[in-house]
Design a protein around this ligand. Sequence first.
Ligand SMILES: Nc1ncnc2c1ncn2[C@@H]1O[C@H](COP(=O)(O)OP(=O)(O)O)[C@@H](O)[C@H]1O
Ligand SMILES: O=P(O)(O)OC[C@H]1O[C@](O)(COP(=O)(O)O)[C@@H](O)[C@@H]1O
Ligand SMILES: [Mg+2]
Length: 321
Amino acid sequence: MKRIGILTSGGDAPGMNAAIRAVAKTAIHHGLEVYGIRYGFAGLVAGDFIPLTAEDVDHKISEGGTFLYSARFPEFAQEEVQKKGAEQLRKHGMDAVVVIGGDGSYHGALALTRLGINSVGLPGTIDNDIPYTEYTIGYDSACRTAMDAIDKIRDTASSHHRVFIVNVMGRECGDIAMRVGLASGADAIVIPERPYDIEKIANTLKQGFADGKDHGLVVLAEGVMSADEFKEQLAKYAPDLDIRANVLGHMQRGGSPTVEDRVNATKMGNYAVNLLLDGKGGLAVGMENGKPNTHDILDLFEGKHQGDFSLLDVNEEMTKD
Ligand SMILES: Nc1ncnc2c1ncn2[C@@H]1O[C@H](COP(=O)(O)OP(=O)(O)O)[C@@H](O)[C@H]1O
Ligand SMILES: O=P(O)(O)OC[C@H]1O[C@](O)(COP(=O)(O)O)[C@@H](O)[C@@H]1O
Ligand SMILES: [Mg+2]
């Protein structure tokens, strides 16, 4: 193996740059040439390749976003388009590729492997929604950003004795909501994987004020519904509460990655290159008990990510009934 490519795909996530750096530095250390492929699979098909040196990635570990840019390019699900991508890789002399992205991007990595170019996936998404890994790159930073924002919201909520419904990201996954909710002292955490009881939430909030609390907080995963819709439902059961809805949105995808994101991105990026050096492909790298692991990408499509729902139970015990 002489030359490898790296691309980032799907929603960006803090720590993607740290992963690119780790892949590039490890590959260079082993005497390989490294190319960045810009704009995900769209750039792959268009032939947007740039050589990467160790100096090019030197300062990237602390930067948010992805300096290779990302794209959503649904056309890559078509076989003819995948073949064009593989042709570009051959034309540019690439022996293998590291794909940093979420579940959608893994389909692309598997397609390239089947077309003869070994590809390995790294879990880059703030949602933490990938099976067989306890952690995805960007999850910790997104939680940190959401928690910091909620700390500010609490200041104003307390000053006015208000309830805030805060929408955090998580398309179909409540992991961000659970972790941030627990870390922010939420009165209720609402996620797509579990049913919720709006009357019970209203009563918890009312009781909180009756017990002397000066604010209320509901952390709501976007995959359930919008903060505005939830506010309307809640107001029916708690007409006397002063409720505001707040959507944190894409701020959760930006900013400098946390220590955990940098360290895990570096461990997994390093591991991915070693897999490729061993001639392996069609694999997804994840984390298990703090160490990189691998699974066949195919297995991931059949598995389902299991969140740590015990966080909900712990949070329940933080509220008086
Ligand atoms: N079935 C598929 N086959 C090949 N490529 C796919 C497939 N699904 C998604 N992709 C590629 O991966 C990209 C990112 O997928 P997406 O689901 O948007 O994000 P993520 O990878 O973060 O889950 C898509 O825009 C497309 O280029
Ligand atoms: O950036 P977009 O296209 O608005 O997408 C928003 C979605 O992307 C995410 O931020 C991350 O999801 P992916 O990593 O799977 O792309 C979700 O939390 C959110 O629902
Ligand atoms: Mg996804």
